[in-house]
Design a protein around this ligand. Structure first.
Ligand code: NDP
Ligand code: MG
Length: 401
């Protein structure tokens, strides 16, 4: 099966695993993109010979231009967010795989769809923030939206029998529970960046790894599933499946449950998104259920992991609120990764936005970006205010200059 793809976010965890799939099946890579990882891009260019490469960070763009200067057969370089959009729109690739992290991927998703490309979507934030815009554009342009997120790929695979799919009653979206599963609020108070970055089953980029520790990832995935499969939030049940062997399941009208299983390896859902509706051999290890002896299931602890409930409340109220909650989380995780705020602050900031921000209908990308901007501004402001308040407790007012 020959295939030409454009891969956005090629230097990340999903990006590099996607290139593994391309390497194995001999797929042609038309375009690549990254934010600033110039060395990784240079290695990918030497191996895959893309025609176009987009680099969003201007200084990294200059470094890549200098490194490629005078090379014959070097790709044409595109710069900034405009360059990323230009690449997503280009004819030349049948499928655009969007593996950019964060809301930075929304514009590229919409552009790819509006340009008539099938979209293999790892960037869940596109659906969380702009679900309405993305699903409307998919319908309007008659393209395929193919989930790469493992749980959503699992659900999608379970729904391939069209007769059964019409009687879909409920989704069982599985969660690993993350590195802090079973811990109390008290135990979580002292958790550091290093603790949160140790995921038990998956090796992923830093942002989604932190989201897995807070259960924000499952909240984002609930919103993603609601948009992809057209079910309300109360028809999507989260089930902790500690071993990450059952990637999700669906329940039909007769209460039959169909699940998709496999070893935890993202190359299975990536490959299925690229080869849909066909299946091909994969380098991924076979799952031997007898090796496992038992699989364990639990309900999620929504009281301790408050980000999850915040996402539920956001999708229930709808409109721009999920974008605001996502924006607050992106800003909070960035601060946590810089070790400027604590683990508990992430949940507090996200819940505040979910519970106090107003919501408005989403009519354009600008509505989404405005909600995102306001939430980020709140996180930054709140962080600075807290620091002042903290100082007040420590330094008596009279001693302040
Ligand atoms: P990574 O952080 O590993 O990679 C992100 C990619 O996006 C990199 O290529 C990065 O470039 C690029 N990028 C970062 N910031 C920007 C920006 N502002 N504009 C354009 N490009 C940017 O993330 P993951 O691969 O872990 O995740 C990618 C997406 O897939 C996320 O939405 C995540 O939720 C989703 N996902 C990930 C899974 C996983 O197993 N990792 C599983 C399921 C879903 P650079 O290297 O230069 O920074
Ligand atoms: Mg997932």
């Amino acid at each position: 099966m020959s295939k030409v793809i454009t891969l956005l976010g090629s230097t990340g965890s999903i990006g590099t695993q996607s290139l593994d799939v391309c390497r194995m099946h001999g797929y042609e890579v038309f375009g690549l993109s990254a934010n600033s990882s110039v060395d990784k891009l240079l290695a990918q260019i030497a191996e895959f010979h893309p025609k176009y490469v987009a680099v969003t960070d201007p200084a990294a763009f200059d470094r890549l231009s200098a490194a490629l200067a005078g090379q014959t057969g070097a790709p044409k370089l595109l710069k900034g967010a405009d360059g990323l959009r230009e690449l997503a729109a280009m004819d030349g690739a049948g499928t655009v795989l969007n593996a950019v992290v964060g809301i930075a991927g929304l514009d590229a998703s919409l552009t790819a769809i509006e340009s008539g490309h099938d979209l293999a979507l790892a960037n869940k934030e596109s659906l969380v923030t702009g679900g309405h815009l993305v699903t409307d554009a998919v319908k309007k342009h008659g393209v395929h939206l193919l989930p790469v997120d493992s749980e959503h790929s699992a659900i999608f695979q379970c729904l391939q029998d069209q007769h059964s799919a019409k009687t879909l009653e409920k989704i069982l979206l599985t969660a690993s529970g993350g590195p802090f599963f079973g811990m109390s609020t008290e135990e979580l108070r002292t958790k550091t960046k290093a603790d949160a970055l140790k995921h038990p089953n998956w090796n992923m980029g830093a942002k989604i790894t932190i989201d897995s520790a807070t259960l924000m990832n499952k909240g984002l995935e609930l919103i993603e599933a609601a948009w992809l499969f057209g079910l309300p939030e109360d028809k999507i049940q989260i089930v902790v499946q500690r071993e990450s062997i059952i990637h999700s399941a669906v329940q039909f009208a007769d209460h039959s449950i169909i699940a998709q299983l496999g070893v935890p390896d993202m190359r299975i859902p990536i490959q299925y998104a690229l080869t849909y509706p066909r299946r091909f051999p994969s380098p991924v290890k076979q799952l031997n259920l007898a090796d496992w002896q038992k699989l364990t299931f639990y309900a999620p602890d929504e009281e301790t992991f408050t980000c999850f409930g915040a996402c539920k409340r956001a999708i229930r109220r709808g409109g721009t609120l999920p974008a605001a909650v996502n924006g607050a989380n992106e800003a909070a995780v960035a601060l946590f990764l810089k070790e400027k705020i604590g683990w508990q602050d992430i949940g507090e900031l996200v819940c505040h936005v979910a519970d106090t921000f107003e919501t408005a209908p989403v009519t354009s990308v600008e509505d989404v970006l405005e909600a995102d901007r306001k939430a980020r501004a709140y996180v930054l402001e709140r962080f600075l205010l807290d620091r002042e308040e903290e100082e007040e407790g420590i330094i008596p007012l009279a001693q302040k200059s």
